[in-house]
Design a protein around this ligand. Structure first.
Ligand SMILES: C[S@@+](CC[C@H](N)C(=O)[O-])C[C@H]1O[C@@H](n2cnc3c(N)ncnc32)[C@H](O)[C@@H]1O
Length: 266
């Protein structure tokens, strides 16, 4: 896919929609942090902290660290400040973010997939250049563009009266593990990459839509008028029902692969 991620400007994120699946979305945040071996980092930045669910995970492991969350969404930062009022949260784009002091741990859960492909590791390397030796950059991204949930989203976009409006909507594929390793190894003493597939037992097919409405479906719905949205969602639901079988208890298993990277600065 080309780098035409956001052909039209996106509306702001909705913290409330995102948090409908807070437990499931926070699992990989815990798994990512569990692979960071720093004992007592002094300064930590949560890049794309969202509503502070990931920041809370970091805080419980490193309560004595100076912890800051940054996010480009005003709604997410409002929610983050309300949730953890004793911490510092800033509305800022991580692409231009420069920390005022050296940061021991940059942590980013489910954010870098939203950047254009060619920007992602330029940002990582720029931020790593400001870290002390032994500093860590840890990130996790969904690896779900080939999952039925996302394939059907794209197929629905192509096959309705909304097709022209959505022609250039899509997210860049993520770098392969080897591309990531080759980008980061020259500036790292160690690059650990791993992959986990979560299986979320969601209530029904409508719940898959509720899940992706908080993230991957946003660019497809944002450009549409209300009646087009309704038509799109109806068609998308029909396709999901045809692809995901119901389980013994009527729930639907949403397979959700995710890619993790933990790099230690040389
Ligand atoms: C899927 S949420 C992840 C939230 C949280 N980190 C978590 O673990 O659940 C992605 C977040 O990345 C933020 N984001 C996307 N692009 C960004 C950018 N260029 N700079 C800062 N934040 C960004 C969004 O506003 C959103 O809050």
């Amino acid at each position: 896919m080309s780098t035409s991620s956001w052909a039209s400007p996106l509306n702001d994120w909705s913290a409330a929609q995102y948090l409908k699946f807070e437990d499931e979305r926070t699992l990989p945040a815990r798994d990512l942090l569990s692979r960071v071996s720093l004992k007592s980092p002094k300064r930590i930045v949560d890049l794309g902290c969202g509503p502070a669910n990931s920041t809370a995970v970091i805080e419980s492991r490193y309560p004595d660290a100076q912890l800051v969350g940054i996010d480009s969404s005003p709604d997410m930062i409002r929610k983050a400040k309300a949730t953890l009022p004793h911490l510092k949260f800033i509305v800022e784009d991580l692409k231009s973010y420069s920390p005022p002091e050296a940061v021991d741990l940059f942590y980013s859960n489910a954010v870098f997939q939203w950047l254009k492909k060619e920007e992602r590791f330029e940002v990582v390397k720029r931020l790593m250049a400001s870290q002390p030796s032994g500093g860590v950059f840890a990130l996790q991204v969904p690896d779900n563009l080939s999952e039925p949930s996302h394939v059907l989203m794209r197929e629905t976009a192509k096959s309705g009266p909304w097709a022209a409006k959505l022609a250039s909507v899509g997210r860049d594929t993520f770098q392969t593990p080897q591309e990531i390793y080759d980008q980061l190894k020259p500036v790292s003493s160690r690059v650990n990459i791993f992959h986990t597939s979560y299986y979320h037992a969601l209530e029904n097919h409508e719940a898959i839509i509720e899940w992706v409405k908080g993230t991957g479906l946003r660019p497809f719905l944002d450009p549409l008028q209300p009646e087009e949205k309704e038509g799109f969602l109806k068609e998308y639901l029909k396709r999901l029902q045809g692809m995901y079988p119901s389980c013994v208890d009527g729930r639907v298993l949403l397979r959700y692969p995710r890619l993790f990277v933990v790099a230690v600065k040389e």
